[in-house]
Structures are given as structure tokens and as C-alpha cells.
Design a protein around this ligand. Structure first.
Ligand code: FAD
Length: 409
């Protein structure tokens, strides 16, 4: 794969949504879809053509620098932060247009984006909770993909039980001084900044006394240690903060009110990208059917049945996602997470069945896995990150069914 230039081409036609089709015909959803499709086809035909299908969960190491250049190319044309308000550098696109963009993006097999944490989590959080100064300082860097972010929530003793966070931040004149350890911090090794949850009032317990801080990663007090996964790759990390510093005004929301802001960020995890994700799932299933056809596995009636069931599951999941998009009704997010995570993990298992005994053998040295083996191994994580299955079921039990909280010893 070549190395595309990171120079940004001139794009006088930077996309900003206009409600009036007279001002821009792309206001019409069909015209918009055609415009996105044409743009992607054109952009992926040239210097970026080698990036089709690159990256994504379990494969974040693939062509990272080239994908960064691709993201900046998208930014220049106005295809990043589509749903953000125009005054914050977004395109102000309505939900329907955002969905179309994600569907076409997945359909084109365009490479996985590198700044999910900035565009989908921190940016919307700053728009909702940040000060004007914080918005002006950070949002343009996210829109242009100049600054990459990571999420510092989980700690060795605080995953599902996030309120148990022990990382401390103490005010020292004009700066917060941060000490503690985060874990499972995806993409921390390439991030410029981290949004993290720290305890700023040691006298308070649990979710009280926490603050949401923005911390620069490139400083002596921050050490990033990669964690090698079952897939053989290392896309998440342990992050150690030892006297790390950040400016006193880089607290999002009030000091001590970090829990509310952190939950606000979590609520944004399930954005419109979900529909694009499902187009990606469909591509994976189609590819698996193609593999089964080539290997002769389709002759097995049990495997044929499982492939058909996978397709039915996908249709149901997609219908549910479309119907509930943008809904914040209790339990909707939990049902979606449970359904897609189980489906995707099941697809990984099915892929191993299609491959048969050969799936047990690496393709080469050292530990060279193919896409199906990686899918099988990495999709085990789907039922953990973003809230584990058990946590989602507890939410449904307590908030939807109104079941009593279990008595904990
Ligand atoms: C691929 C991947 C990427 C991630 N990226 C990030 C990231 O970028 N930033 C970040 O901050 N974190 C990240 N995480 C961490 C993720 O949020 C945590 O793994 C998750 O919150 C679970 O926490 P834990 O791993 O500490 O497990 P634990 O909370 O220790 O849970 C262990 C098991 O116990 C179960 N369990 C826990 N509590 C209960 C309960 N009350 N009732 C019933 N069962 C329970 C859980 O369901 C799980 O099966 C990532 C994780 C993965 C797998």
C-alpha cells in the first residue's frame, strides 16, 4: 500500500447542509445519497484505493497513517462531524442525511475512521457541557482531524462499576496534577489528548467528587503501555498518570460534577454510526456466504440454516435500529447493544464453523491470523465494551421491568 500525501487538497465545495433544495440540491435525500456515493467512489479510486476495508475493531493497526490522511481528506470536503451544528464547525446535517452518509460509507467499504472518540464522544460532550473557550480550543481540531482523543474511564478496579474510579486530581495553582492508572484505553498510543474521569474531592464517595478533565498525552507524567490482545495486535493500553498536569480550566462541567458529564458522553456512544455498522455487518455476512460457497461448506444443511438465521437476525436488528434511532426511551440502547453484540459474536463463531479445522491454524509466523480468525477473537470483546451484557440486562431489569435491586453482600 502506498503512502498517500497528507497535504490537504483545495475543496471549495465543502459540504454544509442547506434546507432549501434550490440553494443546494443535496438537501433532497436521494440527491444527497448520490452525491456521497459519487464522492466516495471518486476519492477511493485514486491514491486512497488501497485503503478499502482497512482498520476497524481488532484491526486498528492497519495502515494507520494512511487512514489518518484519508480522514483529513474527508474533513477538507466537509464529511466529518456531519451532525454537529454549523457554528461549531459541523455540517448541520439532519439525522436522515447522517444515516445516509454512514450507510454509503460502509457500502463503499471505506476505511475505518481514526477519530471516533473525538468526533462521536468528546465533541458532542463539549457542545453540550463545555465552555465557549473549551469549544473554541478543541472542536476545530476534531473537525479537521488535527488532534486525536482517547477515553480514560476504566481502571483496574473500575470498569462496570465506574463510580469506583480512584485516579486523583489535585489543584496546584493554575494546574490539576493527576495521579492514577487507567486501563483498556483504546488508541491511547496515538492520541494527543485524553478525556478522563478523576476524583477531585477525596472526601466524597462513589459518583460524588468526580471531575471530567481534558489532559494532554504528550508530557513526562503520562506513560502508555500497550496491551497485546488475543488477536496478536495491541490497540488498547494501560495509561499511567504520575504527576501529569493539565490547565485548571480544562474541567468540563463543574468541578465535582464529572459523573453527570461522563454519563452524557456514554449516552452518545450509540449514534447514527450504528446503521453504518450494520451495513458493515452485512458485508461481513455476504463475504462469509461467499467463503462458504468457495469451500463447499454450503453443502452442509446445518451451516446453510445458520447462515440463513444470521441473515434474519441482521434484518431484525436493522429494523429495530431504524425504528429506534434517536430514541432515548428507557432500555432501547441496552436492547440494541445486547442484540448487535450477540449477533456479531455469533458471526465470528459461524465463521470458524465455515472454515472448519483449518480455523485452528495460524496462516503464518509470527501469529498471522486471517480476517475470520481475527473476527472470531475480537468479537468476544463486543459483549464487554460499551457496557457488558450483564450490565445491560441489569439496566433492563431495574429501569424497564422495575425489578428490585439485588441485595449485595
Ligand atoms: C475492546 C475494548 C475497548 C475498550 N476501550 C475502552 C476505552 O477506550 N476507554 C475506557 O475507559 N474503557 C475501555 N474499555 C473498557 C470497558 O469499558 C470495560 O471492559 C467494561 O466497562 C467492563 O469493565 P471490566 O473490564 O473492568 O470488567 P468488570 O467490570 O470487572 O466485569 C467483569 C465481569 O463481571 C460482570 N459484572 C460486573 N459487575 C456486575 C454486576 N453488578 N452484575 C452482574 N455482572 C457484573 C461483567 O459483566 C463482566 O462479565 C474497553 C474494553 C474493551 C473490551
Amino acid at each position: 500500500m502506498g503512502s498517500p500525501s497528507t497535504a490537504l487538497p483545495e475543496r471549495p465545495d465543502r459540504y454544509v447542509f442547506q434546507a432549501d433544495p434550490g440553494a443546494d440540491p443535496r438537501a433532497d435525500p436521494d440527491r444527497f445519497r448520490a452525491a456521497v456515493r459519487d464522492w466516495l467512489a471518486d476519492a477511493l479510486a485514486g491514491e486512497f484505493s488501497g485503503l478499502r476495508g482497512a482498520g476497524g475493531p481488532g484491526r486498528e493497526h492497519e495502515a494507520f497513517d494512511e487512514r489518518l490522511a484519508w480522514d483529513r481528506h474527508l474533513a477538507e470536503a466537509g464529511w466529518t462531524c456531519l451532525g454537529w451544528p454549523v457554528e461549531h464547525g459541523g455540517a448541520g446535517a439532519p439525522l436522515a442525511h447522517q444515516v445516509i452518509f454512514h450507510e454509503e460509507y460502509a457500502r463503499a467499504d471505506a476505511p475505518a475512521r481514526v477519530n471516533h472518540f473525538g468526533e462521536e464522544l468528546l465533541g458532542p460532550t463539549l457542545i453540550a457541557f463545555g465552555t465557549p473557550a473549551q469549544q473554541q480550543r478543541f472542536l476545530p481540531g476534531i473537525v479537521a482531524v488535527r488532534e486525536l482523543w482517547c477515553q480514560g474511564y476504566s481502571e483496574p478496579g473500575a470498569g462496570s462499576d465506574l463510580a469506583a474510579v480512584r485516579t486523583r486530581a489535585t489543584l496546584d495553582g493554575e494546574a490539576w496534577v493527576i495521579d492514577g492508572q487507567k486501563v483498556w484505553t483504546s488508541l491511547a498510543h496515538v492520541a494527543h489528548w485524553c478525556f478522563l474521569l478523576a476524583r477531585t474531592d477525596p472526601d466524597q464517595q462513589r459518583h460524588r467528587g468526580l471531575s471530567y478533565l481534558l489532559v494532554p498525552m504528550h508530557q513526562p507524567g503520562v506513560e502508555v503501555r500497550p496491551i497485546r490482545q488475543l488477536t496478536g495486535t495491541a490497540e488498547f493500553n494501560e495509561v499511567f498518570f504520575t504527576g501529569a498536569r493539565t490547565d485548571a480550566d480544562l474541567v468540563v462541567g463543574a468541578v465535582g460534577d464529572g459523573w453527570r458529564v461522563a454519563l452524557g458522553t456514554l449516552a452518545m456512544e450509540r449514534g447514527v454510526a450504528t446503521l453504518g455498522q450494520q451495513v458493515g455487518f452485512r458485508r461481513e455476512l455476504d463475504a462469509l456466504v461467499g467463503l462458504a460457497r468457495r469451500t463447499g461448506a454450503l453443502a452442509d444443511p446445518v451451516l446453510r440454516d445458520k447462515l440463513v438465521r444470521a441473515r434474519i437476525g441482521l434484518e431484525v436488528m436493522q429494523a429495530h435500529a431504524r425504528r429506534t434511532l434517536g430514541s432515548d426511551a428507557p432500555g432501547v440502547a441496552s436492547v440494541s447493544k445486547l442484540v448487535w453484540a450477540a449477533w456479531h459474536r455469533g458471526l465470528g463463531e459461524l465463521a470458524m464453523e465455515v472454515l472448519g479445522a483449518g480455523s485452528l491454524v495460524a496462516q503464518g509466523e509470527p501469529y498471522d491470523l486471517d480476517r475470520w480468525q481475527r473476527l472470531f477473537l475480537f468479537s468476544r470483546a463486543d459483549t464487554i465494551y460499551g457496557g457488558s451484557d450483564e450490565v445491560q440486562r441489569t439496566i433492563l431489569a431495574e429501569r424497564v421491568l422495575g425489578l428490585p435491586r439485588p441485595v449485595r453482600p
